[in-house]
Design a protein around this ligand. Structure first.
Ligand code: UTP
Ligand code: MG
Length: 617
């Protein structure tokens, strides 16, 4: 008995814990494990700023010394100059060194957090339910995992650390100015409260505009992604112009929303720069007057000029930062939306992995409705399949065949009645366990852009030998095709390798399921895209495969279903006929008989046609 998979699971930091209602609080929790590194970045930044301020105080001393307002060290002017020179170099080195360290630590924090987050999101997204995926555009998800995570990375590497830098620079330099002269200290911060107020107001506006911009970008990438995925359809229907128009429209929308953002920026920055420029100029004039009135020395004036530049710089950048921060916040919010989604519970359920699955399946008055649907797509479904028996589902398109079999691995939950597997309700089985024992050949075969061998061995979850892979491929009658490729089983499928035909793809997925060796087998229209000859071959392979397994076959051809132990005819989600082939064909008015008649007639005509061509008529 194979064990369930959790041993293979790698655990990432669970970002769902960091989903606080308050975005700032959530961001703080998101940094979990990196707080010290971030603190280190701020601390080194503080040392760097202190070195800068110290060098300005040195400048003040130097100017006062030259203008005769200060004493030389030990009365020796030459020695003092040398010392001052050395100290300048020393402070510059400290300033640069610490700034470098701080940048490194900030980058480390940002890269670390976002790498962890990307891993988490990837894992999280693939654990979300089928219904979430069927209603969420892939382009939107890609946009979030790439662009929004990147915005968050910038937030941590630049903006979060930037806030620390700005607060530090501001207070260090402000206290330094206050220590030079209290009056100067107060004069130089007059314009700050209004600037702050305007920045905050602006922040709110930009956040909204950026949210819209990001949504538009997601719409654009969804359009692009759909166009690329459906490129065959686009070409086949010659709809390039229509698609082009659609893309242009979304792109235009992005352009407009980007323009609004730019406009807001172009209004704010010049305004704040003018106010701050006036503030600085006013301060210089005020300080100059103080020098003239002998209230301060020339050295103090020079130091003030140097310090005030570093006081205004943070304020100027605070506005910018507040605005940029809004982009980080918006992206964080968009990521939280994904994180909040419920995961599919893979391992919950009272049945333990030790339970042997025999394969008796009972439907008891089952009904089902898609979570986003309006009506029941399955109604009053009741039948039993004995272990090892096969049941065939037949019915017009949209009658609910795929929906019915998708209930078995719990891709969706039935909404009424019960489904029992070996007498135990399906809801009591952990999903992972069901999926391990159920093999599905999907209606639309999907292969990864990997080697054929990898694709066949995909579902096994253990090392397999070449012989095993080959015998599965033989059973699915695809072996001959594969060895016909130059690289055989190592041939890559998809973009970088060979393109398989629909039937080849289908047989590869059959080989994949054969190798998995499941107790319960589901074949959803598995012979739909192959010719009659291959179909017969596959049917033979499937007959071997079906032995001793409970099998659900969905097929359109009577020949594929006539040997089943039970045939269920579905129409609009309801069972309209049920029984064995021999009985069902007897019912002259039944749907089964109608399908049978049409198909035999078509087959006969085809045969006659072929024999006529064959005999050269
Ligand atoms: P099915 O997909 O079960 O039909 O959809 P089917 O019998 O297998 O059809 P073919 O032969 O493959 O073509 C049954 C109904 O469920 C709805 C469909 O619109 C259809 O009416 N449906 C299907 C949903 O509402 N949501 C889905 O995700 C899938
Ligand atoms: Mg179907």
């Amino acid at each position: 008995m194979a064990t369930l998979a959790p041993t293979q699971q790698k655990t990432y930091f669970d970002f769902r814990k960091a989903v606080a209602e308050n975005r700032l609080k959530g961001l703080w929790q998101t940094m979990s494990g990196y707080h010290w590194l971030y603190f280190g970045a701020v601390l080194t930044l503080m040392f760097s700023s202190l070195a800068k301020t110290a060098s300005l105080f040195l400048l003040r001393y130097f100017a006062d010394l030259v203008s005769g307002n200060a004493e030389a060290v030990e009365g020796n002017l030459g020695k003092t100059f040398v010392l001052i020179g050395l100290a300048f170099v020393g402070f510059a080195a400290l300033e640069g060194g610490f700034a470098f360290l701080s940048g490194r630590m900030a980058a480390e924090t940002a890269e670390g957090i976002t790498r962890r987050m990307r891993n988490f999101l990837f894992d999280h997204i693939q654990r979300l339910s089928f219904s979430y995926h069927s209603k969420t555009p892939t382009g939107d998800l890609i946009e979030r995992v790439t662009s929004d995570v990147d915005a968050l990375r910038r937030f941590f590497s630049e903006q979060a650390i930037g806030v620390g830098r700005i607060v530090l620079l501001f207070f260090i330099n402000w206290f330094a100015i206050l220590s030079l002269n209290a009056k100067l200290g107060w004069v130089s911060v007059i314009s700050i409260p209004p600037i702050l107020a305007v920045s905050l107001w602006f922040f709110k506006r930009v956040t909204k505009a950026y949210e819209k911009y990001q949504e538009q970008e997601a719409a654009l990438s969804t359009t692009l992604q759909e166009n690329l995925t459906g490129v065959r359809v686009v070409k086949a229907f010659a709809r390039q112009d229509y698609e082009k128009g659609k893309f242009e429209k979304e792109n235009w929308g992005k352009f407009l929303k980007g323009k609004i953002l730019l406009f807001m920026h172009s209004l704010f920055w010049p305004l704040s720069d003018i106010v701050l420029g006036l503030q600085m100029l006013g301060g210089f004039v005020f300080a100059a007057l103080m020098v003239i009135n002998n209230e301060i020395t020339v050295g103090t004036y020079l130091a003030y000029v140097g310090l005030v530049v570093w006081l205004i710089w943070p304020i100027r950048n605070l506005g910018r930062l507040i605005v940029q921060t809004s982009t980080g916040m918006v992206s964080y919010g968009r990521l939280v939306e994904i994180m909040k989604q419920e995961r599919e519970d893979l391992f919950g359920g009272s049945v333990t992995a030790q339970k042997n699955i025999i394969g008796e399946v009972t439907f008891e008055d089952v009904s089902f409705q898609y979570s986003d649907g309006q009506t029941d797509v399955l109604k009053n479904i009741s039948f039993t399949v004995k272990p090892g028996q096969s049941v065939a589902l037949i019915g017009s398109t949209g009658s609910g065949k795929t929906s019915l079999v998708n209930l078995l691995p719990r891709f969706h939950e039935y909404t009424g009645g019960r489904i029992l597997l070996d007498g135990v309700e399906l809801k009591d089985y952990p999903r992972a366990m069901l999926r391990q024992h159920i093999g599905i050949v999907e209606q639309e075969p999907f292969l990864f852009s990997r080697s054929i061998r990898e694709n066949i061995a995909y579902g096994v979850g253990r090392q397999v030998t070449d012989e095993e892979v080959e015998s599965a491929a033989r059973a699915a009658s695809i072996h001959e095709v594969i060895i016909g490729f130059p690289d055989g089983y190592k041939t890559l499928v998809g973009e970088k390798g060979v393109t398989l035909s629909g039937g080849q793809k289908q047989r590869t997925t059959i080989a994949r399921t054969i190798l998995k060796n499941p107790r319960i087998l589901i074949l959803d229209d598995s012979t739909s895209s192959v010719d009659t000859e291959t179909e017969a071959e596959i049917r033979q392979a499937l007959t071997n495969l079906m032995q001793n397994r409970t099998t659900f076959i969905i097929a359109h051809r009577i020949q594929s279903v006539m040997n089943a132990d039970l045939i269920v005819v579905l129409d609009k989600g309801e069972i309209i006929q049920m029984g064995k082939h021999a009985d069902l064909v007897q019912d002259e008015n039944g749907m089964y008989r109608k399908i049978y008649d049409i198909q035999t007639r078509v087959d006969d005509e085809l045969e006659m046609e072929l024999s006529r061509v064959g005999s050269g008529e």
